[in-house]
Design a protein around this ligand. Structure first.
Ligand code: NBG
Length: 821
């Protein structure tokens, strides 16, 4: 319990009147930042305001910790290599319910809240959907009052900053910590140590029992940095704990004294490399090693932390699984299964069977992709050299597991080989996804189709052996950031027409359905959409100097650039429109603005070429006076959470055009839907559930289904057949290969064209005709504005199930066994 005096301090810190916020702002500007108001920059003012908001969060945080402790709650621990949080300031103010008061407090001083929010650097600690999902889930866990802790890595450099130069992606390092991060609190007292390398040996303990110990060849310190995550207007604050790698001894005096100055700091540099950058390119051996080091580092720190916290409140670790449930966000933290075994056996003295029972009842594993290249497999020579003790443990887990399988499926040698955690080949590997499956009580995919494909394909043998452990948990996104914060005019219209219940219960949006027939309401709906388009247009004008036409249909595809997401299919369609306009076969084209955004992995050449393709198509289309009347193509550089917040509300049409069976779920589709965009898409990932929810008449469907693709591939897919069959496709592809669209350059897109003609693993040519058909329907539909607005309203009205609150409730009920409010 807090002392009376501290209770008073907490209460004071939580005060939110305009006067109090203004005083607090000036106090922080004076004492924390050290600046006079008149001469302070926006960045300095932003820092002062961030501290004002942080004080409010801290007050709630302390109270949350106190209350959770008293209730001795069960805690969800969410392990993720990525948390793509997005800017904190406006989101935290929204959740605390203090935006208006803060605005007034600043207005009174002649300071614009908007300007301060603009200078906040975004913590880009994730690549895309997986990291953003973790952030949405943190928001929902706090909002639902679920005691939770997110654990991850505090990368010094997040996802690179993208510049587009002459149509090509250029990467710059992301120095998000350059001016300090007011949202984090370092907790050096809770640091821990992580071992690497060396060897193992046996010894006899005090009871003369033979045990193993690990003699590492180096040790790295993990320092936690905590970011409070406030729930939506409920005074609950959870913790996101990110680990920074540091040297145990940062400076070697003995080496320094010999005159080797570089040598003296070498170990510091080497140690700190671990949390330096988000997912380094893992093409090289060193890159691979570093990635494994990162994964082990943050997982080990997190598990040590949980055990430490556990023992602060409980007598022993025997009841660890009662107090903690640990979710593995994809395969990256799956080494945690071997690590918890090691900690329980080697450090806490448990026997193997008990340790295994605890481990298996602790973990849940969420798979986020079927793409084989993303299912990590570590070659023995790398794994064994870094984590010798874990290799031993995994071999033992595997031996016991395969004995069980052999009893279940006698005389099936092939099955044993398929299910083994150890992959055989020219070199043995540890299959991390299998380790996650074997060591978890629950395994789930992230959309119905994806879970089905896991069960029937990738993890079929495991599904056959223990089907009860598998379930689906379709992804969701938080309506606080993706609707309330991103689209204030729409949020205000919703509040006015259906009340505020949807903030916490998104299913309440169905109340909107009754307004589709109301002309006055439709008009207001359209008005908010135009407002969002104008806001985006202003942003693009400001950043890129390009003027958009808000009256045109905004057709948006924003997500990581990847062949399976098929941004090139979209680009080929634009070229098709271009050809049709030029040769006069397309008379009443709907004016469209095609918006693209997304980053390509620095080492992924084809994805970078796709960016170049989009920009080349843009140059061609935008420069042609005849075509420009109808088409405008814009590649918005440096796509991020905050850029997304501007694009989702402004879109009329949402492009969800991945090859069926490849996109595990997709979450952008949900953000578009909530904001009233209508989707054009394949039967892939969450599209299927979106279409079911919104009704097939409100979704532009095209393309082959996953089973159809399998069937075609089985027979032998010949992309050229589709080229030959479609005159329009021929015109487009010929134009690209003959240099018609590229000022005579025939080589520029050769690698892409060669792939499309000969492999086309993602069925771009096979789906092209049907895509252009669906696109033309969408274009026509947009001309009937009343009907389009009805579709738009229905998209929002029926998006309730895609709230991350729904998803988190499912995890809590089915996997975590934790109550929600
Ligand atoms: C991604 C999938 C998306 C999915 C997100 C969140 C990885 C490994 N997977 O389809 O590609 O929406 O995870 O589940 O980033």
């Amino acid at each position: 319990m807090a002392t009376t005096q501290q209770s008073i301090a907490i209460q004071e810190a939580a005060e939110t009147s305009v006067e109090r916020l203004q005083a607090s702002f000036l106090q922080h500007l004076t004492c924390t930042v050290g600046r006079l108001l008149e001469v302070s920059t926006d960045t300095e003012r932003y820092h002062a305001l961030a501290h004002v908001v942080r004080d409010l969060v801290m007050a709630d945080w302390i109270r949350t910790i106190q209350s959770f402790k008293e209730k001795d709650v069960r805690v969800v621990s969410y392990l993720s290599a990525e948390f793509l949080l997005g800017p904190h300031l406006m989101n935290d103010m929204l959740n605390l319910g203090v935006t208006e008061n803060c605005r007034q407090a600043l207005d009174g001083l002649g300071v614009s809240l908007h300007d301060l929010a603009e200078v906040e650097p975004e913590p880009g600690l994730g690549n895309g959907g997986l990291g953003r999902l973790a952030a949405c889930y943190m928001d929902s866990m706090s909002t639902l009052g679920v005691p939770a802790c997110g654990y991850g890595l505090r990368y010094e450099f997040g996802i690179f900053r993208q510049e587009i130069r002459d149509g090509w992606q250029v990467e710059h390092s992301d120095k998000w910590l350059q001016f300090g991060n007011p949202w984090e609190i370092p907790v050096s007292d809770a640091s821990c140590q992580v071992m690497f390398g060396g060897r193992t040996e046996t010894y006899l303990d005090e009871q003369k029992v033979e045990r193993w110990r690990w003699i590492p060849d180096h040790i790295i310190a993990g320092v936690p940095y905590d970011t409070p995550i406030p729930g939506y207007r409920n005074n609950v604050v959870n913790r996101l704990r990110l680990w920074k790698a540091e040297a145990v001894d940062s400076f070697d005096f003995t080496v320094f004294n010999t005159g080797d100055y570089m040598g003296a700091v070498r170990s510091k540099i080497e140690s700190e490399t671990i949390s330096k950058v988000l997912y380094p390119n893992d093409d090289t051996e060193a890159g691979k090693r570093l990635r494994l080091q990162q994964q082990y580092f943050f997982t080990s720190c997190s598990l040590q932390d949980m055990l430490r916290l556990h023992l602060l409140q409980r007598e022993s670790v025997h009841d660890f699984a009662e107090k903690w449930t640990v979710q593995l966000n994809d395969t990256h933290p799956s080494i945690g299964i071997a690590e918890l075994m090691r900690l329980l056996i080697d450090v806490h003295g448990l026997d193997w069977n008990e340790a295994w029972k605890i481990t298996q009842s602790t973990f849940g594993y969420t798979n986020h992709t079927l793409l084989p290249e993303a299912l990590e497999k570590w070659p023995f020579h790398i794994f064994g050299a870094l984590l010798p003790r874990h290799l031993q443990i995994i071999l033992e887990i595997n031996a016991q597991f395969l004995r069980e399988v052999a009893v279940m499926f006698p005389n099936d040698k092939a099955k044993l080989a398929r299910m083994s955690i150890i992959g055989e080949g020219s070199e043995k590997t540890v299959r991390m996804a299998y380790l996650a499956v074997v060591g978890s009580k629950a395994i789930n995919g992230v959309a119905k189709l994806h879970t089905e494909l896991l069960e029937q394909g990738t993890l079929h043998d495991f599904y056959e052996a223990f089907p009860e452990r598998f379930s689906n948990k379709t992804n969701g996104v938080t309506p606080r950031r993706w609707l309330m914060l991103s689209n204030p005019p729409l949020a205000a219209l919703l509040d006015e027409s259906i009340g505020e219940g949807w903030h916490r219960d998104l299913d309440e949006l169905t109340k909107l359905e009754k307004f589709t027939g109301d002309a006055a309401f439709r008009e207001r709906w359209t008005k908010t959409q135009v407002q969002a388009k104008v806001r985006l247009a202003e942003y693009i004008k400001d950043k890129m100097g390009i003027a958009l036409q808000p009256a045109s249909m905004f057709d948006a595809q924003v997500k990581r650039i990847h062949e399976y997401k098929r941004q090139h299919l979209n680009a080929l369609h634009i070229l098709a429109l271009y050809c049709q306009i030029k040769n006069g076969t397309l008379k009443d084209a709907t004016p469209r603005t095609f918006l693209f955004g997304g980053k390509a992995a620095p080492g992924y050449k084809m994805a970078k070429l796709i960016i170049k393709l989009i920009c080349t198509v843009g140059d061609l289309v935008n420069a042609d006076p005849e075509v420009r009347k109808f088409l405008h193509v814009v590649f918005v550089p440096d796509y991020s959470v905050s850029v997304g917040q501007r694009i989702y509300p402004a879109a009329d049409l949402s492009e969800q055009i991945s090859t069926a069976g490849k996109e595990a779920s997709g979450t952008g589709c949900m953000k578009f839907m909530m904001n009233g965009a209508v989707a054009i898409g394949t039967l892939d990932g969450a599209n299927i559930e979106i279409r079911d929810a919104v009704g097939k008449e409100n979704f532009f469907l095209f393309g082959l289904t996953a089973p159809e693709i399998d069937a075609i591939k089985q027979k032998g897919y010949r992309p050229r057949d589709f080229y030959e069959k479609s005159p329009l496709l021929r015109e487009v592809l010929d134009g690209l290969s003959l240099g018609t669209f590229t000022k005579g350059d025939r080589d520029l897109f050769k690698p892409l064209l060669d792939d499309l003609f000969n492999q086309d693993s993602y069925m771009v040519l096979a789906d092209f005709e049907d895509y252009t058909r669906a696109q033309s329907e969408a274009g026509k539909a947009y001309q009937d504005r009343q009907h389009w607005t009805e579709m738009s309203i229905l998209n929002t009205a029926r998006s309730g199930t895609f709230s991350s609150d729904r998803a988190i409730r499912e995890y809590c009920a089915d996997i975590w066994k934790v109550p929600t409010v």
